[in-house]
Design a protein around this ligand. Structure first.
Ligand code: 13P
Ligand code: SF4
Length: 308
């Protein structure tokens, strides 16, 4: 065992011990570092993690993800202590819409239903009608009466995908994920040329022209399930690199190629095992949401969770 491996295994044991002492649950998004995923109780996509945050009976939720995810946990479980081990782990896409900007848009379109991708701040959720994640966005939009116009925030790429699937015209916000929006058609075509047998699995945060090249489009959990159940042995992956850990774990004997090496979200990689340990010792950084915002944002999240 190398010194680094030894240190990792020591840290892992320390985190597990602290987790028990604090009656804490660790939730990790699939984009997290492999060693962080390994100490987690639940690893999942945004939808699964929201559901688990709403249902847990632990006293403490350690959210290994980015700020809006921990905030959603704090909205859904106000009596729990919610910790975000790296407090600067934000989501640049979530920052592309503010509550003030949204209020102005709503004034322009007073009849519209606002569908907010879960990648938004609590304040923005409080101004929205219903949340969605990449796993349920199509269903959520289909649940809205046909005569109502829709404002979809903030991801124009996910919005375009949902519009194409549902046939619903929507006003799309000018927002995007820096990590997924970087994937180009040329990169995917080059990967296909290098691996002609591979199926192309793409996250809907990628640009429409990249999504058009996909054999399958889904949330991160959906992509993992597809790879696991597929007869194919090779896959080109159009989503953040952290997913590779679960893909290799859950799909033995299969091979995965990232569409581009730039598929790395620095915010998702900011959480380390050391920071998880520190958070469990100090019970900081703690994420809270003011009650007046929480109440409205909760309605928006609960409406989403009620759509089956
Ligand atoms: P999902 O895991 O819900 O597909 O989310 C993708 C993402 O970019 C989260 O920040
Ligand atoms: Fe935000 Fe994209 Fe990073 Fe997800 S991958 S946290 S959407 S910047």
């Amino acid at each position: 065992m190398s010194i680094i491996e030894e240190r990792m295994s020591q840290l892992t044991e320390e985190v597990k011990k602290l987790k028990k002492e604090r009656n804490a649950i660790i939730l990790a998004h699939v984009y997290q570092r492999p060693e962080v995923q390994e100490v987690a109780d639940i690893i999942g996509d945004s939808l699964e993690l929201s559901r688990r945050a709403a249902a847990t009976d632990a006293d403490v939720i350690v959210f290994c993800g980015v700020h809006f995810m921990a905030e959603s946990a704090a909205i859904l479980s106000p009596d729990k202590v919610v910790l975000l081990p790296e407090e600067n782990a934000g989501c640049p896409m979530a920052d592309m819409v503010t509550a003030e900007q949204l209020r102005a848009k709503k004034q322009e379109m007073p009849d519209a239903v606002v569908v907010a991708y879960v990648n938004t701040s609590a304040e923005v959720k409080a101004e929205s009608d219903i949340c969605c994640t990449s796993a349920n966005a199509v269903k959520i939009v289909q649940s809205i009466p046909e005569d109502r116009p829709i404002i979809f925030i903030p991801d124009k790429n996910l919005g375009a995908y949902v519009a194409s699937k549902t046939g619903r015209p929507m006003t799309l916000w000018e927002g995007w994920c820096n990590t997924h929006d970087w994937v180009t058609v040329e990169e995917v075509l080059k990967a296909k040329e290098a691996h002609p047998q591979a199926l192309v699995l793409i996250h809907p945060e990628c640009r429409p022209e990249v999504v058009a090249l996909a054999d399958y489009v889904s949330s991160t959990t959906g992509l993992i399930k597809y790879a696991r159940e597929s007869e194919a042995k090779e896959f080109i992956i159009g989503t953040e690199s952290g997913i590779l850990h679960q893909l290799y774990k859950q799909c033995p004997g299969k091979e995965f190629y990232l569409a581009t090496r730039r598929l790395v979200c620095p915010n998702m990689k900011a959480t380390t095992l050391g920071k998880v340990k520190e958070a469990l010792i100090t019970m900081q950084p703690r994420i809270t949401v003011p009650p007046q915002i929480r109440e409205k944002a909760l309605a928006c999240l609960e409406k989403m969770l009620a759509v089956k």
